[in-house]
Design a protein around this ligand. Structure first.
Ligand SMILES: [Zn+2]
Length: 237
């Protein structure tokens, strides 16, 4: 296990990237749990028909996971496009004004706490080794070899949401109708404890408040949609 008790420092690019991915996956699953639970519990307030519950839950799962994937694709593509543009500009500047770029790198390293001499020496060595990578890292804060792939990001959120959404969907459809609501609410609240706890751990935040907020948020969503569903069911819409 990684040590998440101490505040996380980005000393290892690979590890912080992995943590970000894990955290995004947990949050995506959480999203799938809450929105699908709200949906199926709301429909269950209006009707007891298993096929209706299954249809509503499945439609919610697909709509939610595809919407998450599309949103993630758009956001990561945009980010990657701007990172690529920044790298291209950096490349041009390095070609056209290498001396100014060396001064710039020196200043940036000085600003990070190196003495003038050492910063100069470091900037020269970094420039000699791989100027573009050095500028990308120090100046832009990106690694040219680790630009995020928008398709990967889209698939990851699709899967995370789907895994989360399957829990309330199966919990409402599989048990006998007399207990399906209790099973669903219980399973959902237990799962939200877990995702709240896990995402807080991954972000090195206190776990107690995170679990409480997460469980209360999910309970509220189910209470509101169940209320709305019951109301509609009662008036026979
Ligand atoms: Zn530069």
């Amino acid at each position: 296990m990684t040590d998440v008790d101490t505040p996380h420092e980005p000393h290892d690019q690979g590890m912080s990237t992995r943590l970000n991915w894990l955290r995004a996956a947990v949050l995506g699953a959480n999203d799938g749990i809450v929105s699908t639970a709200g949906l199926v519990v709301g429909v269950a307030g209006a009707t007891g028909e298993r096929s209706t519950l299954l249809t509503a839950g499945l439609a919610g799962l697909l709509a939610g996971s595809m919407s998450m994937a599309a949103g993630e694709y758009v956001s990561v593509s945009t980010q990657r496009a701007s990172e690529k543009a920044a790298l291209a500009q950096e490349k041009r500047e390095l070609r056209e004004q290498p001396a100014a770029e060396l001064d710039e790198l020196t200043e940036l390293l000085e600003a990070r706490g190196l003495s003038a001499d050492v910063a100069r020496e470091a900037a020269e060595q970094l420039t000699q080794k791989d100027a573009l990578r050095a500028h990308a890292r120090v100046e832009l804060g990106i690694d040219p070899d680790e630009l995020m792939n928008p398709w990967h990001a889209a698939w990851a959120s699709f899967l995370a949401f789907t895994v989360g959404a399957l829990l309330p969907l199966l919990a409402i459809v599989l048990p006998p109708s007399s207990v399906r609501l209790y099973v669903t609410v219980g399973a959902v609240l237990a799962a939200l404890c877990l995702t709240g706890w896990w995402s807080a751990r991954l972000g090195a935040a206190p776990t107690g408040p995170a679990v409480l907020r997460n469980v209360l948020g999910g309970a509220l969503a189910m209470a509101v949609t169940y209320g709305a569903g019951s109301l509609l069911g009662a008036v026979g819409v």
